[in-house]
Design a protein around this ligand. Sequence first.
Ligand code: CMP
Length: 159
Amino acid sequence: MSQLAAGPAARTAMSVGRETRGMGSDWVPVLAEVPLFASLSRRHLKRVAKLARTRRFASGTPIVRRGEAGAAFFVLLDGAARVLLPKGRPVRLRSGDFFGEMALLDDSPRSADVIADGEVLVMTISRSAFGKLLRSEPAIANELLRTLAARLRAAEKTV
Ligand code: CMP
């Protein structure tokens, strides 16, 4: 999981009043800090920004609920979240981390609750845009797989 904080850059972008709806090219510096997008050029980051929207969640709010159908993929731009797994200890996600990919990848219900730990700003990418993004940007698919492998290893240690 990422040590990198996209938070300060996200706050800068928000302070000029662009916190809602679609993400324009002013979000590119924020996205450049997200490990999932680290190898993308500015042009490609602009494309990601065009596909995405931002959304805020109050502390304690479920962002994703276990058992529900997955409609979107999420990247934490500011704040933290807790993944409440059916078994084992909760996993903490921080700025720059992503979640909500599993239900989209295998077309199954959400595997866990993800709860806002303090006020949270996320970017969301719809199911269809996420599919297109993975097909058009192999670097994103690669980084996603790398993180999934790390999460699987961590989960195996805790069981
Ligand atoms: P999804 O199943 O769509 O919705 C819940 C999300 O929690 C899941 O996608 C992952 O993004 C995340 N998640 C599930 N299990 C773990 C785990 N062991 N470590 C980190 N994140 C997880």
